[in-house]
Ligand binder design. Structure first.
Ligand code: DGY
Length: 330
């Protein structure tokens, strides 16, 4: 008999087909996030759980799935999974790094250009019939070309964003816990402290993972350190930015604007944000291209198959427990 996989949301058809080759597949039939109770009930008899960043998977959920041999997350970020709890139960956890890097970097650039050149505002202006002809002062934004881009987080996505900046002849600054020779070599980025980056950059783009130490990484103090003409871009995780402080910064014009793909209490928005004209908001679509969502699904499927076949998955988040992982039931 094939092992059982529970998939918490319907994925692209080619991914579901791949899963069916190896597993008895059960999938959430609804086009919505499952409740915690539903996950507990529906996944109880599975061997592998394939979940999304919108599912919070903690020890209690792991405990109601007695045969759980692994968790495959359909995302590169895995802050939705309690890794400590998985380690304590010797459950391998996988993610989907690499396959969404370029797509997320593209979206970051779409946001940089949208917010600085007021594309969303201009679109609304045009389609609501307010465009009465070219005017010297109409919808003036700010140049991107030749400006300074500050990248926080020198991982794959940060580096891909930096590579794109070459075409805009930008000066590049970056900050991370340590220097990254690849980023410096590829893009000529200059390493600097967080306050130095914040005070010098025209665009600050966030590419760090969410964990205990990065919650509210950008808060009122950091926003006040930024130039009044600067923009903040967040395509990483919402809780990295204190959204209440950001709202204040946008209202009081501490900074020129911001563009967000992710939100503190996603999908809920801090009241007041939608009234800010200097804010571009998109609904967590960093990896949302047909090609990339398919690649992510195939990678999540491959990770799941590898666990079942006792092969170390390509993207194992907790390799330290691999040698003592739960074994396949007899
Ligand atoms: C991820 O994978 O972590 C992104 O946020 C969604 O694709």
């Amino acid at each position: 008999m094939k092992p059982a996989i529970y998939v918490t949301r319907l994925l692209p058809e080619v991914v579901m087909d791949r899963l069916r080759e190896y597993f008895m597949v059960r999938v959430n039939p609804h086009d919505r996030v499952l409740t915690r109770k539903e996950i507990m009930k529906n996944a109880a008899s599975c061997d592998i759980l394939l979940c999304l960043l919108t599912d919070t998977i903690d020890g209690e959920i792991m405990d109601v799935i007695p045969n759980l041999l692994g968790i495959s997350n359909y995302a590169v970020g895995y802050d939705n999974i309690d890794i400590k709890a998985a380690n304590a139960r010797k459950i391998p956890v996988c993610n989907t790094p690499g396959v969404l890097t370029e797509t997320t970097a593209d979206l970051t650039w779409a946001l940089i250009l949208s917010v600085s050149r007021r594309i969303v505002e201009a679109d609304r202006y045009t389609r609501t019939g307010r465009f009465k002809g070219w005017a010297p002062l109409l919808m003036l934004g700010q140049d991107v070309y030749g400006k300074t881009l500050g990248i926080i987080g020198a991982g794959r996505i940060g580096r891909a964003v930096a590579r794109r900046a070459r075409g805009f002849n930008m000066r590049l600054l970056y900050h991370d816990q340590q220097r990254n020779s690849e980023l410096e070599k590829d893009s000529g980025a200059i390493f600097c402290s967080l306050p130095d980056l914040l005070s010098a950059a025209d665009f600050v783009s966030l590419h760090i993972p969410l964990h205990r130490d990065t919650v509210n990484y950008i808060s009122a103090g950091e926003l006040q350190t930024m130039k009044r003409s600067a923009f903040l871009i967040n395509t990483s995780r919402g809780q990295i930015v204190d959204e209440t402080a950001l709202l204040r910064a946008l209202q009081k014009k501490w900074i020129a604007g911001a563009a967000l793909d992710v939100y503190y209490n996603e999908p809920a928005l801090t009241p007041g944000l939608t009234a800010c004209n200097n804010l571009v908001m998109v609904p967590h679509i960093g990896s949302a291209s047909t090609e990339t969502r398919t690649r992510m699904g195939l990678m999540a499927a491959d990770n799941a198959v590898a666990i079942m076949e006792n092969r170390k998955p390509a993207a194992l988040v907790n390799p330290e427990i691999w040698d003592c992982r739960r074994s396949i039931r007899s």
